[in-house]
Design a binder for this molecule. Structure first.
Ligand code: R5P
Length: 294
């Protein structure tokens, strides 16, 4: 097996290759003066099973991913597994208003054209995977998050909204802790209202888990609500730290006691690694050749 890291996911690719004890090649990707992507995989050939690790966010990474797939195929890759740590456009998974595209479906239909298998991590809605023409599987970051916060004095795991309730349950069960979710109403792209928690928060150390933090509006509102309800501390962990604008600064400068994300998107708070979760899945494929198309 050979792991190829695209420019969005170099550290994760290196860690993955280390765990799998295989070669890692970092695609050398640059931009032409007009902004177009140039990428190259060093070496003569790739006669092995190839794993490409690359995000589809922000948009330029999509082009790089398609080009790396083509280069790997031309270099004789026996099979190509695409690991998409953060699958962009996943939140537009249905038509909310007439005239909109189903962006998540469009992405899935086009991204997997030259590969044999796709692996995503905590994709916003798993149904999107049905649109890939090859096999596709979503892995959960809950194990990595639970492991990170184990023995750190957390009393309860909460999701900031009903959509993330299953995630809080996964983490809570793994940590042997109670879990619940808050009720959120989205007022605009950046503003949300969170209803008071149903559980008693007095003097509790709370871990909020979510799939994505973008503007940070959801997490700020949830934290404020929990602190007003008497929480002793509020820690926040998300899988994908999109962190638009100055949201990291706003979040770390707020009442939040600790902010962490997984390394699906690399940032100064992406200290929870999903490499082991992905490596375990890839090892299964290696033994059973599960990823071959029939
Ligand atoms: C929503 O469905 C997601 O799970 C997140 O809660 C949301 O994307 C967070 O966005 P923001 O940080 O902008 O509030």
């Amino acid at each position: 097996m050979i792991v190829i890291g695209g420019s969005s996911s170099r550290d994760l690719a290196k860690e993955l290759a280390m765990l799998l004890e295989c070669k890692c090649i970092l695609a050398s990707s640059t931009r032409f003066p007009d902004g177009e992507c140039y990428t190259r995989i060093e070496g003569e050939s790739l006669h092995d099973d190839v794993v490409i690790v690359q995000n589809t966010y922000p948009d330029p990474n999509i082009i790089e991913m398609l080009l790396i797939q083509d280069a790997a195929k031309r270099m004789g890759a026996k099979s190509i597994t695409l690991v998409i740590p953060y699958f962009g456009y996943a939140r537009q998974d249905k038509i909310f208003k007439p005239g909109e595209p189903e962006s998540a479906k469009v992405m899935a239909r086009h991204l997997g054209i030259a590969c044999d298998r796709v692996i995503t991590i905590d994709i916003h809605k798993e149904d999107v995977l049905k649109n890939f023409k090859c096999k596709a599987k979503d892995l959960k970051a809950s194990g990595a998050i639970a492991e990170y916060f184990m023995d750190r004095g957390i009393d309860i795991v909460l999701a900031p909204d009903a959509g993330a309730a299953a995630r809080a349950k996964e983490v809570g069960v793994k940590m042997g802790l109670p879990y619940d979710h808050l009720e959120k109403v989205r007022l605009s792209g950046t503003e949300v209202r969170i209803a008071p928690a149903k559980v008693d928060c007095t003097d509790k150390n709370i871990l909020i888990v979510d799939d994505i933090i973008a503007t940070g509006g959801t997490i700020l509102a949830a934290t404020q609500q929990l602190k007003e309800a008497g929480a002793h501390s509020v820690y926040v962990a998300c899988t994908h730290g999109v962190f638009t604008g100055d949201s990291i600064q706003r979040l770390t400068g707020s009442q939040i006691d600790g902010l962490l994300s997984c390394n699906t998107l690399e940032s100064k708070v992406s200290n929870i690694s999903v490499a082991k979760t992905v490596a375990d899945e890839l090892r299964k494929g290696k033994k059973g050749r599960l990823f071959r198309k029939n």
